[in-house]
Design a protein around this ligand. Sequence first.
Ligand SMILES: Nc1ncnc2c1ncn2[C@@H]1O[C@H](COP(=O)(O)OP(=O)(O)OP(=O)(O)O)[C@@H](O)[C@H]1O
Ligand SMILES: [Mg+2]
Length: 219
Amino acid sequence: MKKRLKHTHPGRLITFEGPEGAGKSTQLKLLAGYLEEKGFEVIATREPGGTPLAERLRAVIKAFEGEEKLHNTTELLLIEAARSQHVREVIRPALAAGKIVLCDRYFDSTTAYQGGARGFDAEAIDALNDLAIAECAPDLTLLFDLTPEAGFARTRTRTETQGEHDRFEEEKLEFHRQVRESYLTIAAREPERVRVVAADRPAQEIQTEVRKLVDELIR
Ligand SMILES: Nc1ncnc2c1ncn2[C@@H]1O[C@H](COP(=O)(O)OP(=O)(O)OP(=O)(O)O)[C@@H](O)[C@H]1O
Ligand SMILES: [Mg+2]
């Protein structure tokens, strides 16, 4: 996991990271409203996706249907292809125009999921991320930290009924433990860029902390 240089554009890039159900989209929306009210031009976007082509790649990544298997390496390259398109079409032009870009997931997701949890070589992931982001490293990354148990409890109330942990669920839990560990390692290596926000609190309380961190950046 390498440290990246700051970009030289007048705008600001803030990325939202963390596991499924951590509240990334909820917090992004609340922050966008806050910044717009302050008079900033805000672009709210997400990965994979954010452009028509990148959204088509997202659909393939999320719900590939067919006889053949979507291999992990193919998935990684599709994610990076979508990122490359998104950065060049949306993020870089917005930063050059002085806008504040809020992005729901960015390259730290790839480091944590494909690197940390799936075990792809960290240096290879760094190289692909660098190629995709065209020097548009985030000014601030908000890492919404939640234990896998708490995350599961949240998503389970959304979908299934409460049940005994089976073997599959234990495997899923282990995967998400690795994702979390990897995210926290990124935050420990880049404490200035990546701020850990405890996500097991009421949304408004979290938003108050988020606004404080963002105010420091845009002051
Ligand atoms: N602080 C919170 N406390 C409890 N529930 C929350 C909180 N924030 C969001 N939620 C709820 O948890 C669910 C997931 O929130 P949200 O969609 O914002 O998470 P996410 O990180 O964007 O998830 P995903 O990765 O799946 O997109 C939603 O039903 C949302 O209403
Ligand atoms: Mg979301």
